[in-house]
Design a binder for this molecule. Structure first.
Ligand code: SAM
Length: 264
């Protein structure tokens, strides 16, 4: 494990980004999408690069046995703090492991999980292949792999909405940008990651967008009120529907790809 680059980002990501309307929409939409594929609780879930457990603690609350694996001490500290606020029985369903995702199989000592998640991580790696190979290795027969990452086909959306026209023009043929957290990121395509999953014996079964309208609104300067729960719920319902259909899902800056092991 290298330097903890996430130490400087932990508060910004865990406390601030997730508290926005966009953050709430993301958690909701991803959860609903996962529920279409996950086996019933108490199935086991490995969340690789799971950070502070924002996406997987709700699964523990729903009865799943969750292992969060992450190299960042700062993110795992956040996970511990957030966990302490949950009921004891939920805490008992969560295990935290400090390791790089590229060493996941060894870090979990060869254990196989009913679902392996990797959300918002591949974009920070130069090459997604070693990580995807490990995700496929850690999933049980018949289990599910869930990847969320940047959509290389929608790179021009953000600079265009921010009226950075030169950047938008360049973004059509680029996979790299400095993301909203100020960290350089890399985007992938559904097709390429599907190919990597197949190499690992996992058949892609469905892909979704994640957020769309809230993203566009935010980048164009609109202010959305995260405390207006009725509006947030109405927004999330629209986003979920958009995430499932063309052409909307194709324009989302982030996609969610789900696969299942072919041997199951
Ligand atoms: C944007 S956060 C996403 C956290 C979580 N998956 C979520 O969706 O809330 C990115 C996470 O990836 C983790 N990460 C970075 N490099 C990693 C690697 N090589 N293996 C596993 N996790 C990594 C960071 O420590 C951080 O917690």
């Amino acid at each position: 494990m290298g330097d903890d680059t996430w130490a400087a980002l932990a508060d910004q990501f865990v406390d601030e980004a997730y508290a926005t309307v966009k953050g709430q929409v993301r958690t909701y939409v991803m959860h609903q999408q996962l529920m279409e594929h996950l086996p019933a609780p108490p199935a086991t879930v490995l969340d690789v690069g799971g950070g502070a457990g924002n996406q997987s603690f709700p699964l523990a609350q729903a009865g799943y046995a969750v292992t969060v694996l992450d190299p960042s001490s700062a993110m795992l500290d956040k996970a511990r703090q957030r966990l302490q606020r949950l009921p004891q029985e939920v805490q008992e369903r969560v295990t935290l492991v400090q390791a790089d995702g590229e060493n996941a199989d060894e870090a979990v000592q060869g254990r196989r999980f009913d679902a392996v998640l990797c959300h918002g991580v591949l974009g920070y790696l130069d090459d997604p292949e070693p990580m995807v190979e490990q995700l496929c290795r850690c999933v049980a027969d018949g289990g599910v792999v869930s990847i969320m990452t940047g959509n290389a086909r929608a790179g021009a959306v953000r600079p265009a909405l921010e009226r950075r026209w030169d950047d938008a023009l360049a973004a059509f043929d680029s996979r790299h940008e400095v993301g909203v957290l100020g960290v350089p990121g890399r985007a992938d395509t559904v097709e390429e990651l599907s190919g990597l999953l197949r190499k690992g014996g996992v058949e892609p079964i469905r892909w979704y967008g994640v957020w769309l309208f809230v993203d566009w609104l935010e980048f164009s300067g609109a202010e959305l009120d995260p405390s207006d729960s009725e509006q947030v719920a109405a927004t999330a319902a629209v986003e979920l529907e958009a995430s499932r259909r063309d052409p909307y899902r194709r324009l989302s800056r982030v996609f969610h790809l789900v696969g299942r092991t072919t041997s199951g």
